[in-house]
Design a protein around this ligand. Structure first.
Ligand SMILES: Nc1ncnc2c1ncn2[C@@H]1O[C@H](COP(=O)(O)OP(=O)(O)OP(=O)(O)O)[C@@H](O)[C@H]1O
Length: 580
């Protein structure tokens, strides 16, 4: 996308606010007119009052200056407020669109982009665009028009002198354009650095306990220092370029003024121009300098904003899961089966497929346990069901129809997931349980909590169901967090359940309660469990053993033990201690 395309695209966001924009434009035009009047008034003030000593105008002219200045201020306020209103509205819209987009992008996108980078996109890139849209919009209109008004006065007072000063302008333009290019590149790399910094920050703060436990404070501070420095370096380079540019402009300006004083002085001395005209001219020149400087400053801001816009639009233009999905059928509760047919899945970043030729039929109401060593593909296998990823080859059918034919929303509505890393939000216990069903009543929530063996501990919390659990539920114990997650799944009541059993050991009592809660949750559902516990595995109708992405054995616990293959070996290794 070229700079112009991006700019035009930003302009399109202005459409809903066009009335306010027109009003702002009118205010800007009036500000410019009154600025011109100001410069123009210098001539009569000087010539009539100071040179001709015209007493009749002694009161009228200062009064005129006063009125012009009041009107100019009033319209300046109007345009300032309106432009900022429009600019900030546009940015709020873009930020909302960007966030809405991000949360709908496929899981694969989030795997490839650290959350720090994404946060930086929403916070920093959009802010850069905000500066441009709100600030520059104002400058372009007001300063642009003021510049034109000044140009009018300059030419009106003396066109030859004006011609001379105009020679300076191309010099200024060349400097501005060259500087802009360099600044844009620097802004892009600055934003990348900022993203890296945000990633480091977020990772470290999220893992603060580990950082402390392993005494990594120094090392993390050092790691942060590196990205912090890298950011400083790009920032300083940008500052260098833009300061050099400003000095350049300053020198060009002084050359212009010197030339004007020399030629203008010559005209006045020879009587070709009145002193009033000359000073009115000079005032207009000086007043035109601010718009030029502001506009060239705006150019820098615009370049930064366009670089930011490129990244922001890059995300907005990605296809969301919903846009990629082809399905239109609405999935009813599962009646017969879920079937994997020759399913292969390959993560883009990996050299070997994570799943290879999987054939597996899970009957409705069945409980299937998936076991296998670490990295064998268990999580990947279940992640294909809610279509977090799409199979590279093969199909997954529910009741004989490919899940790609169903809408994502209806498919996911049928699936409940309880994973080992419980995701809780910094909200009340109630809101965390009602996460998948915002419309649930207090009675329903309490019932789900009871079934999940969570009601008693919730009642003991300081504010019961209204207690806020802290970021990621830090104010709860591991077992309590899991029971909240189970209550959440019970409330959602999905026919198909994916359970990723926690590997982290809970104490025996806590483990027993979580198991009871799980038993309640699994009742009358089709369940796929990534199983680590002996108790779960023994209760399973069938056990599927994965190894390096392939199904190597399927059967009940007893059958597989008797068979004496992979499972028997896994079992011997993993469950020795437990069974003793
Ligand atoms: N998001 C990802 N991007 C790239 N490769 C991945 C991704 N997730 C998993 N893998 C790779 O795919 C393979 C299967 O991983 P998967 O998480 O499915 O195994 P698992 O059996 O669930 O392991 P564990 O029991 O340790 O959780 C592994 O080799 C892993 O490195």
């Amino acid at each position: 996308m070229s700079g112009l395309d991006r700019f035009m695209r930003l302009v399109r966001y202005l459409k809903p606010y066009r009335l306010r924009l027109v009003a702002a434009f009118v205010c800007s035009a009036l500000v410019a007119v009154f600025s011109g009047a100001y410069a123009w008034l210098v001539k009569p003030v000087l010539d009539e009052i100071f040179i001709n000593k015209n007493e009749g105008l002694l009161l009228a002219l200062p009064l005129a200056l006063f009125i012009v200045s009041v009107l100019k201020s009033a319209f300046n306020y109007g345009q300032n407020y309106l432009m900022n209103y429009v600019g900030n509205q546009v940015i709020t819209d873009i930020r909302q669109e960007l966030f809405g987009k991000m949360i709908r992008l496929p899981v694969g996108y989030h795997d490839a982009n650290t959350s720090g980078r994404l946060v930086s996109r929403v916070v920093n890139d959009v802010t850069l665009m905000a500066n441009a849209v709100a600030g520059v919009l104002k400058d372009i209109f007001q300063q642009g028009l003021t510049f034109l008004a000044m140009l009018g006065v300059i030419f009106y007072q003396n066109w030859q002198l004006a011609g001379l000063s105009i020679v300076v302008i191309p010099l200024a333009v060349v400097t501005t354009v060259r500087m802009g290019k360099r600044l844009r590149a620097l802004a892009a790399s600055g934003q990348e650095r900022m993203g890296d910094m945000a990633s480091t920050l977020q990772e470290t703060l999220a893992g603060i306990r580990m950082v402390k436990a392993y005494g990594r404070e120094e090392a993390e501070a050092q790691r942060f220092k590196d990205s912090n420095r890298a950011f400083l370096n790009t920032t300083m380079k940008a500052i260098q370029v833009s300061s050099l540019g400003s000095s350049h402009m300053e020198v060009i300006g002084v050359v212009g003024v010197a030339a004007i004083v020399w030629y203008g002085g010559y005209l006045v001395i020879n009587g070709a121009m009145t002193p009033g005209s000359f000073f009115s001219f000079l005032t207009a020149m000086f007043m035109a300098y601010t718009p030029i400087r502001r506009l060239s400053g705006s150019n820098n801001t615009i370049q930064q904003a366009l670089a930011a816009a490129e990244r922001v639009f890059g995300v907005i233009d990605l296809k969301t899961e919903q846009e990629i999905e082809r399905g239109s059928l609405v999935l009813p509760p599962i009646g017969q089966s879920v079937a994997y047919q020759d399913v292969t899945f390959h993560y883009e970043s990996q050299s070997v497929p994570a799943l290879n030729g999987i054939d597996l039929t899970i009957r409705a109401g069945e409980m299937v346990a998936i076991v296998g060593s670490s990295g064998s593909g268990k999580t990947t296998l279940v992640n294909l069901l809610p279509r977090f990823y799409e199979p590279t080859a093969g199909h997954i059918l529910i009741d004989g129809i490919d899940i790609q034919s169903y809408t994502l929303a209806s498919l996911r509505a049928q699936i409940g997931i309880v994973s080992q890393d419980v995701v809780l939000f910094d909200d009340s216990v109630r809101a965390n349980i009602a996460f998948g069903r915002r419309d649930a009543t207090d009675e329903q929530i309490e019932q789900a909590a009871r079934q999940a063996y969570a009601h008693d501990f919730i009642e003991r919390l300081p504010q019961s169901y209204r207690t806020v659990v802290g970021e990621k539920g830090v104010k709860l114990s591991g077992g309590e967090r899991q029971r909240l997650a189970i209550a959440r799944a019970i409330l959602r009541d999905p026919p198909l359940l994916i359970l990723d059993e926690a590997t982290s050991a809970l104490d025996t009592e806590s483990e027993r309660v979580v198991q009871l809660a799980l038993t309640n949750l699994m009742q009358n559902r089709t369940t796929v469990v990534i199983a680590h516990r002996l108790s779960t595995i023994q209760r399973a109708d069938r056990i599927v053993v994965l190894s390096r992405g392939r199904i190597v054995e399927v059967g009940t616990h007893e059958e597989l033990l008797r068979h004496g293959g992979h499972y028997q070996r896994l079992h011997a290794m993993q469950f020795q201690d437990v069974s003793q």
